[in-house]
Design a binder for this molecule. Sequence first.
Ligand SMILES: [Zn+2]
Ligand SMILES: [Zn+2]
Length: 324
Amino acid sequence: MLLRAPRTPLVPSDVPDPEPGPGELRIRVAACGVCRTDLHVADGELPDPKLPLVLGHEIVGRVDALGPGVERFREGDRVGIPWLGWTCGACPACRSGRENLCARARFTGYQRDGGFAEAAVADARYAFPVPEAYGDAEAAPLLCAGLIGYRAWAPVRGAERLGLYGFGAAAHIVAQLARHAGQRVFAFTRPGDAEAQSFARGLGAEWAGASGERPPEPLDAAILFAPVGALVPAALAASAPGATVVCAGIHMSDIPAFPYALLWGERTVRSVANLTRRDGEELLALAPRVPVRTQVVPYPLERANEALADLREGRLRGAAVLVP
Ligand SMILES: [Zn+2]
Ligand SMILES: [Zn+2]
């Protein structure tokens, strides 16, 4: 399913199978998750994508061809391919364990072709073995919703009262991690979305309400998954002194001006960007132990545009996954 230009629908296309170069492997795609970042690329909100482009960076499949020099995997291995597709390995960020901030990084389904396809090629160094506890479709959302959720959650995993704004694919995974760690979870959804609120309660949230509401107790931390800048002052207003508000999305509408009193009291606002391979190793080891269960909504590959539209309109309960 090719994106030929931003703000146009994906087009079903016949292209030759990609050939793995040195250090690369080719995957026969078994499932590929649909992420909000795919929407941002398709909608032209992220600059300069490769074009034409195969979206998709939550790929699960089996290796069916190896380029020269690949030692880590063999044909038939089940692997997951995440957003982080390549880093330079030489810059200060890469050399200090922060490859997620590499200025030369290249990302799957953005600068490299991704997994909205029957086959994909990836640099073997950035592929993960997929835990056996998960089916192909169930594993796919771990690779971005899970990974970016994990990276956003890690700095606030010690907070007692955790607010999650936007209860989609990432939040439904983080809620399970948080409950497992003994945190209390408060879920915020679009106003009137009773279905999402009951979904959140079913995953252990002790309270669920609209994003503008005050929770029954102030929050010690909040993670914003919804790409809405106005949620930053809303989350600060719902937070206790010392709280941290983490912006987890790659793109957000502008944050409106707000009174300094909302930040006062050593509240912190921060973002998280991308992932490191270490995040992936940690999450994929932790998820089966919790165990995190992913709720997936499967779509045939050729209905990718429908999956994107359902995500845009907030119609999903859990994670959309394309199945070739
Ligand atoms: Zn680098
Ligand atoms: Zn993503």
